[in-house]
Design a protein around this ligand. Structure first.
Ligand code: ADP
Length: 668
């Protein structure tokens, strides 16, 4: 292309210079000038980087320029004509499309000018120098103008393209409407969203794409919000060309531009998001339902197992007090131990499942720390004595006597650790040490250490020690018993109390379990309630008691009746809540032991009736729950109903005695 360009332009230049001269004679200096100009044209032509049409027009433009310049020079025009001509030509340069083309054109015309001045037969050479200088300055100016123009054009073009690219790249569909909702402009995405060619959307009413048209009231509210905040967004149901619907998130902005007002809609199809959200919600609900079902199952199982266990343990207790020979006593003893072990397992499983579902709630009550530790030592003492193991307890000076926290759970942790220590030690000692780590603003950080000289734990097993159902080796089950849940539950309880548990051990030499918990310090020392009474005093106190027992299970009726009668208590049995109400009206009782789950009227409702209905008034004594529902929530329900205490089944005889003595003291 470039060669053809050079040849064509050189041809035209030569024709004008050499042959179209008036004299029609071949003049060599003209030939030289012709060739130079031809080369310049060709070079310019070659470098115009535009389309064919532009190339053709530029080519003609160059030819025209050459023709005018040369004829001007040859016909001996005044230099002032040349000036006018060049200014015109240079002004034309501004119209060139690219900066490069402009520069090429300017260079060409300037070169031609010099050639013209040189070959002019005129004597005004001196003036010619001034003119050429002016041209050069003019060219510089024009170049500057063109440069600015090109820069401006390219920057606005870039901005426009950027904006367009941005709009086209956003996933949202953008629709511009007037205030009436008539579509004025829409992006290709909007077309795709509604199943239209996007240009087809122009002129349609955006409201037609809503599933429900706005009521006048909604329209009024929307418009007033837009007027006030210039912005509105919501989730709405929209429809496509074929009527199929989808959820859309629409935000509308109000734009005021060039004295016109537009609404810019940004529309996003959120059907998939909503479906995913719905799925998540459903999965969460399913998981919650499963967790609830599990918790309910456990509560039911616990209740169902505890009820017959009450019969087993209660009757064994009663059986133990009858005249028995040595062998029979041994049998009864074994049944009692097995019953208690079974109960521990049930409690562990229940605790573990509560801990897993985060359902353990800690109580906050003041208690005597030293007394609690003593109780634990008393509990493990028999097994330690049997094995000839020394039991030691050290409580450092800084540890306060009374603290506030959940004594039952703390006891459970320490008892589990110290129970294990005794279980896994064959000779030597087991020590419990308590010390104060720190205290700050009424908050105590206490550390408990349980140190034994037992079988120890191999280092590779330490990591799994606190996992549920873990045992150092399975033979321990056979040899020592246990569910493998104790440490897992203890760890959860310790964490609930804001502490951590750590273990160090040497295989064959012994173990040390250390944990810390946060407890509140107590302002006032607790004065322990003195419930120690002599047996004869106890007998005389209890024989005055008239107790009403609400219980629907026949075996358990028998168990509680016998347990109470054995203590000299006068017992009346009610089979359900309704019978309780009637009996309270007809007799005066000192205490009601109330089962919760009963037919016709349950224990909670009966309690509420007794406490709220005026007809019972002062006839109502303290009501104590006596139930196989052993969950924290059950306890709370009983408290809320107005009950004064809670005995869980299987009945612990000591616990029952404490409740009875309290009622008897209250009476006398
Ligand atoms: P378990 O009810 O079986 O005792 P734990 O969770 O309390 O369950 O203990 C898990 C296992 O950790 C035990 O079976 C035993 O192998 C090991 N273990 C716990 N405490 C000690 C200890 N003081 N000495 C040696 N081994 C221990």
């Amino acid at each position: 292309m470039s060669v053809i360009g050079i040849v064509i332009s050189a041809f035209f230049a030569l024709v004008f210079l050499v042959f179209l001269d008036n004299s029609k004679e071949l003049v060599w200096d003209r030939v030289v000038v012709g060739v130079i100009s031809a080369l310049v044209y060709g070079y310019s032509f070659m470098n115009i980087p535009t389309k064919r049409f532009f190339r053709a027009s530029s080519f003609l433009f160059y030819v025209f320029t050459a023709q005018v310049v040369i004829s001007c020079a040859l016909n001996d025009y005044e230099i002032i004509h040349l000036l006018a001509l060049f200014l015109t030509l240079q002004a034309i340069a501004i119209s060139f499309k690219t900066q490069k083309a402009t520069v090429q054109y300017l260079v060409t015309t300037n070169l031609l000018l010099f050639i013209c001045i040189i070959i002019m037969p005129s004597s005004e050479r001196f003036l010619g120098v001034y003119v050429s200088l002016s041209f050069m300055i003019g060219s510089g100016l024009i170049f500057f103008i063109v440069r600015t123009k090109v820069k401006f054009q390219s920057s606005t073009k870039l901005q426009k393209e950027l904006l367009l690219a941005l709009i086209n790249k956003t996933e949202d569909s953008i629709v511009v409407t007037d205030f009436e909702g008539v579509i004025y402009e829409a992006t290709p995405q909007a077309g795709k969203l509604f199943d239209y060619d996007y240009q087809e959307l122009e002129g349609l009413d955006i409201s037609d794409f809503r599933k429900h048209r706005l009521t006048e009231e909604e329209d009024r509210i929307g418009v007033s919000k837009l007027l006030k905040e210039k912005f509105w967004n919501d989730e709405i149901r929209m429809k496509k060309r074929d009527g199929s619907e989808f959820d859309a998130f629409v935000s509308i902005s109000w734009i005021h531009m060039f004295n016109l007002e537009y609404l810019v809609y940004r529309i996003r199809d959120i059907s998939e998001d909503n479906a995913a959200k719905a799925e998540l919600i459903k999965a969460k609900e399913d998981a919650e339902a499963a967790a609830k079902a599990k918790a309910e199952f456990l509560a039911t199982m616990s209740h169902e197992i505890r009820t017959p266990m009450n019969g087993v343990i209660g009757m064994t207790e009663l059986l133990g007090d009858t005249p028995l020979n040595e062998e029979q006593k041994n049998f009864v003893n074994t049944i009692q131990i097995s019953g208690k072990n079974l109960l521990t397992i049930i409690n562990d499983i229940l605790d573990f499942s509560k801990a897993e579902s985060g359902k353990i709630e800690l109580e906050e009550a003041p208690f005597d720390l030293e007394q609690t530790m003593d109780e634990i030592m008393d509990l493990v003492a028999p097994s330690a004595n049997k094995k000839n193991i020394e039991l030691k307890k050290t409580i450092n000076k800084g540890v306060p006597k009374s603290v506030v926290g959940d004594s039952t759970r703390l006891k459970q942790i320490v008892l589990n650790l110290i129970g294990n220590a005794v279980k896994f030690t064959h000779e030597g000692s087991v020590e419990l040490a308590v010390r104060k780590r720190s205290s700050q603003e009424g908050m105590l950080n206490l550390e408990f250490a349980i140190i034994d000289t037992g079988i120890g734990i191999p280092s590779e097993k330490m990591d799994f020690l606190f996992e549920s159902f873990s045992k150092v080796d399975s033979s321990t089950t056979r040899k020592y018993g246990g569910t493998g849940l104790g440490l897992a539950i203890s760890k959860k309880l310790i964490e609930l109390m804001g502490g951590k548990v750590m273990v160090s051990s040497e295989d064959g030499k012994g173990s040390k379990f250390t944990f810390n918990v946060h407890l509140d310090s107590v302002q006032q020392e607790i004065v322990p309630e003195n419930i120690e009474v002599s047996e004869t005093e106890e007998e005389s106190l209890l024989s005055t008691l008239n107790v009403l027992v609400a219980e629907d299970n026949l075996i358990n009726q028998q168990v509680i009746k016998l347990l109470l009668q054995k203590k000299g208590v006068n017992v009346t049995i009610a089979n359900n809540g309704l019978e309780v109400l009637n009996l309270v009206n007809s007799d005066l009782f000192d205490l009601i032991l109330m089962d919760i789950q009963m037919p016709e009227m349950d224990g909670l409702e009966a309690t509420e009736r007794l406490l709220t209905d005026d007809q019972y008034g002062s006839r109502v004594p303290d009501i104590i729950a006596m139930t196989a529902n052993a969950m924290d929530q059950d306890r709370r329900n009983c408290e809320q109903a107005g009950m004064k205490g809670f005995i869980s089944k299987p009945i612990n005889v000591e616990e029952l005695k404490t409740v009875l003595l309290k009622a008897a003291r209250h009476k006398n």
